[in-house]
Design a protein around this ligand. Structure first.
Ligand code: FES
Ligand code: MG
Length: 575
């Protein structure tokens, strides 16, 4: 215990014998609390990203009660703080437009209120990075409570995986192999309980990253949302955050360079979503760790993928992963590669947290001698199409595309592409390279998950299910296929992707990490000179602010003015 009650942050609001503090105390009494309820106790904000449109967080009202129980048991005072519910399920054009809004809200709500510590409740894709980024910048002790994956999908005796099976069966529907009734049956069976997508999509990747950073209770990210163990974990978060306040265990002691490296290695070993690249860079930089795309590629080259969880793995889902021992078991399996001295929210090191962890099913969590894929899940490409980088998920695509050359078929907008792929007479071969541009952070707008471009109907009917696709968009973590994503700089701001023409030859050389268009420098210079910047997407509001300040994919898409090196953080409020 290093902190005394006079040193509590909340004491600045409630302790002084002055008029402002009188006001704060009287307003707490208006809420029905006596001074003994909230004075001299750690006040714990429970940042709750629940809404009735966020299906992944449907169990949060119950979990808030469990967190409160834990906080009260440990002698703290819990306060629920409804937070921006950035949901993947119903947000248009893309939830990514709002990740930074949640990060800003989190930082400012913590800073401006009498909170000594916070429990961050998130899970659906952008909520994890949004909450964590904001809380790192705010700097008070925090613990992350991951929503947990939903249970396996099921239809007609078949197991269904979030996202992945939606894409798969949609292709079958387009090929005429699935009836209306079967399609509706799948619709009702693919998401059957509260909780996040149960493939190793962005949600499970990002909560695993929070876990590997040391920001959750050990292994918390793997517990299914509706398991009673999840309820117990919620209450344990409440108890632990109170202790963390007295210990003054702040996020800067946890989110270190070693922790970020651990998180990147774990992400690679789980077969992470490509979105992890963008979010992990943004999180690390909030903590002053200058993580780059090249660091991630280097780790990707030497980290085997050992979680046999779809979409990169072949057979299993998050529920199976939990029964196989969960993230603690996976991390234990690769502990020699991790920095086990990294400090975590438990107040212990990562190594101590992993002690005794065991793998119970070696087909789900593979030994290093029998990985799902020898190299990690992500590769970073460079070349004249993507001087600042692009990413691909080698494990999730047909190996025949690892080295590929073919003519480009370029689309400037999603509607244009959608029309073409539905045209059964489209003039296209499996060697073509389909390209979508104006789909990046500024062009999308907001960096939508359009990168898994649908295979044209003309090819589907011939039995093809994969082809090389390139865009400056992201793709869902549950997606798969030979999709090159996050091309930077994006075409909307004049990146080289803007200069590509239909018919140009594109060459991918994955082993050497190259992506090029075989067009001469002179020709590219002439095209660049003729290029005209498109009209800005937004004239006012959040989109306008976003467009002015969002950084490119290789920089994590944080706002320039929120990055830790932009300027000094505001001091603590003193009046
Ligand atoms: Fe919420 Fe996938 S829609 S995690
Ligand atoms: Mg997703």
């Amino acid at each position: 215990m290093t902190k005394t009650k006079d040193q509590l942050r909340s004491a600045r609001w409630f302790a002084p014998d002055d008029l402002r503090s009188f006001g704060h105390r009287s307003r707490m009494m208006q809420l029905g609390y006596d001074e003994e309820d909230f004075r001299d106790k750690p006040i714990i904000g429970i940042l709750d990203t629940w809404s009735e449109l966020n299906s992944c967080h449907a169990h949060f009202p119950e979990r808030v009660k469990e967190v409160k129980r834990g906080v009260l048991q440990a002698g703290g005072f819990p306060v629920q703080m409804p937070s921006l519910s950035v949901d993947e399920s119903n947000t248009k054009p893309t939830s990514m437009l709002y990740r930074n809004m949640l990060a800003m809200e989190t930082e400012e709500m913590i800073r401006s209120h009498p909170l000594d510590g916070v429990v961050l409740m998130g899970g659906c894709d952008k909520t994890t990075p949004g909450l964590v980024m904001g809380a790192i910048s705010a700097g008070v002790p925090m613990i992350y409570l991951p929503a947990g994956p939903m249970i396996r999908g099921n239809y007609a005796g078949k197991i269904l995986g979030s996202g992945s099976d939606a894409w798969k069966y949609w292709d079958e529907r387009r090929a005429g192999n699935l009836s209306e009734a079967e399609w509706i049956g799948i619709q009702g069976g693919i998401a059957r309980s509260a909780g996040t997508c149960m493939t190793m999509g962005t949600a499970s990747t990002m909560t695993a990253i929070a876990d590997a950073l040391g920001l959750t209770l050990p292994g918390a990210s793997s517990i299914p949302a509706v398991d009673s163990g999840h309820q117990r974990m919620a209450s344990a978060c409440g108890r632990r955050i109170v202790e963390m306040v007295w210990e003054d265990l702040t996020p800067d002691q946890i989110v270190t360079e070693a922790a970020c490296r651990n998180a990147a290695i774990v992400a690679m070993a789980t077969g992470c979503s490509t979105n992890a690249v963008v979010h992990l860079i943004a999180i690390a930089r909030r903590a002053g760790v200058p993580l780059t795309l090249d660091d991630l590629d280097a780790l990707g080259r030497v980290t085997p993928l050992i979680a046999n969880v779809r979409p990169s793995g072949k057979d299993y889902l998050m529920e199976d992963f939990y029964y196989a021992g969960g993230l603690r078991a996976l991390m234990h399996q690769i502990r020699e590669r991790l920095d086990c001295t990294a400090l975590t929210v438990t107040g212990k090191t990562m190594g101590e947290n992993l002690e005794g962890a065991q793998v119970y099913n070696h087909d789900v969590i593979r030994p290093l001698s029998n990985p799902v894929y020898e190299e990690g899940s992500l590769a970073v490409l460079r070349g004249n199409l993507c001087p600042d980088g692009a990413v691909i998920k080698p494990a999730a695509c047909d190996p025949k595309y690892h080295i590929h050359q073919g003519p480009a078929l370029v689309f400037d907008s999603y509607p244009e592409m959608k029309k073409a792929v539905d045209d059964e007479n489209l003039d296209i071969t499996p060697d073509h390279v389909m390209v979508l541009r104006n789909a990046g952070p500024l062009g999308g707008p907001g960096f939508p998950e359009w990168g898994m471009l649908p295979i044209p109907k003309a090819l589907i009917k011939q039995g093809h299910r994969d082809m090389l696709r390139i865009s400056d968009a992201r793709m869902s973590g549950t997606s798969y296929g030979a999709c090159v994503l996050h091309v930077s700089p994006e075409s909307f701001i004049g990146g080289p992707l803007a200069l590509l023409k239909t018919g140009d030859i594109v060459r991918l050389d994955l082993p050497n990490r190259n992506l090029d268009m075989l067009v001469s420098d002179e020709e590219l210079a002439a095209r660049k000179a003729a290029w005209k910047a498109p009209e800005p997407r937004f004239q006012r509001g959040w989109g306008w602010l976003f467009s002015r300040h969002v950084t490119q994919a290789d920089q994590g898409c944080d706002f320039d003015f929120l990055q830790s090196d932009f300027g000094k953080t505001a001091g603590e409020p003193d009046i």
